[in-house]
Design a protein around this ligand. Structure first.
Ligand code: PLP
Length: 371
């Protein structure tokens, strides 16, 4: 019997249809493949400034204690986060990336056959994690590239256990506004927990974009998610967090691995949280970078979606996969969007000014003079 057949009969049936998450291509891998040394990566919405310098210093300071287990309760980081957001430590759950907090939520709240309501064209982890617990993923279509909260509220059924929305949404970059959100919250029954993934909230410059923090209540099943991977430049460190009613956070805490957030991550995140200067520089870089991209993309005659995040979704006159491959040969890693349901789009995140220019030059070359 072939090994794969053996394991197909051993593995839980609902896991046989799982497809692996397709991460952005690592820089080193492309450089190895092409024999390049100057490739650039604008594919995973990372911070082009690098890690927060304060975080780096704190991590270096912590290296000598690596023989110790981390603080399982991340006491100081939770204190800092609680103070930063006006919460209590009991309203927080930390994870090995906010991905892990999502995983905890799905495992805690979605039984086999339970429904997870989300949207089409959004972060692929939502569907994957639902499949992993044998849940049913129900994506509600976007409307003109925007999350359609009223359609989502109408799609809730008694089987709906979790509703996951991403604001601003990856990969469209669009964001819904306070009034839409408040109408949605008022319409959703308390039998479904609402998760608002705010991975990109720090980049939003529209004051109408709501923050989940303003809507927390101990008797409301609502959880916000944030990450240190984007604005704080710590994607490789793996740390994110959720906030919500302490009664729910308590259960998630029981479910998590005791040392899910390592000691370097705890120290780095604490320092990054206070790196006000780094955050300001990051926001400014992203706003200026988007301005340049918008201007030049329009000049190239390309359609794009104005973004409240640190990336831009761009329509291309060929398949996004072809453009992705051709851009790789120019040493520029971006993302094809077929897996996200946009076969003729690419997504690029804002880089350093010279990286943005290099992306634009490569794109112009790849698409040819008349596209
Ligand atoms: C990048 C991203 C995250 C963050 O994931 P981490 O596990 O914290 O690195 C979460 N949600 C969305 C939509 C993202 O794009």
């Amino acid at each position: 019997m072939a090994a794969s057949v053996l394991f197909t009969s051993l593995i839980l049936p609902h896991l046989t249809q799982l497809t692996p998450y397709q991460a952005g291509k690592p820089l080193e891998e492309l450089e190895r493949e092409l024999g390049l040394t100057d490739a650039i990566k604008l594919a995973s919405n990372e911070n082009p400034l690098g890690p927060s310098p304060l975080a780096l210093a704190a991590i270096l300071d912590t290296l000598g204690s690596l023989h110790r287990y981390p603080d399982s309760h991340a006491y100081y980081l939770k204190e800092d986060l609680a103070r930063h957001h006006g919460l209590t430590p009991a309203q927080l759950i930390l994870g090995n990336g906010s991905d892990e907090v999502l995983d905890l939520l799905v495992r805690a709240l979605v039984p086999p056959g339970g429904e997870v309501l989300s949207t089409t064209h959004t972060f692929l982890m939502y569907g994957l994690l639902t499949q992993a617990v044998g849940g049913v993923f129900r994506p509600v279509p976007l409307k003109e590239m925007r999350v359609d909260l009223s359609a989502m509220a109408q799609a809730v059924t008694p089987q709906t256990r979790l509703i996951i929305v991403n604001n601003p949404n990856n990969p469209t970059g669009t964001a819904f506004k306070r009034q839409e959100w408040e109408d949605f919250l008022a319409a959703v029954p308390a039998t479904a927990t609402v998760v608002l993934d705010e991975a990109y909230i720090d980049f939003a410059d529209d004051p109408q974009v709501p923050s989940c923090l303003e809507y927390l209540a101990e008797d409301r099943p609502l959880v916000g998610l944030r990450t240190f991977s984007k604005t704080y430049g710590l994607a490789g460190l793996r740390i994110g967090y959720g906030f919500g009613p302490s009664g729910l956070m308590d259960y998630l805490n029981r479910l998590r691995m005791p040392f899910n957030v390592n000691s370097l991550a705890q120290a780095g995140a604490r320092a990054a949280l206070h790196d006000v200067d780094f955050l300001a520089r990051t926001r400014e870089l992203v706003l200026e970078g988007k301005d340049l991209l918008y201007r030049e993309l329009a000049r190239l005659g390309l359609t794009f979606v104005p973004s409240q995040a640190n990336f831009v979704l761009i329509r291309v006159p060929r398949s996004g996969k072809e453009v992705y491959q051709a851009m790789l040969r120019e040493g520029v890693i971006i993302r094809a969007m077929d897996a996200y349901g946009f076969p003729d789009y690419i997504r690029v995140n804002v880089g350093l000014p010279e990286e943005n220019r290099r992306f634009l030059e490569a794109l112009q070359k790849v698409l040819g003079p008349d596209n």
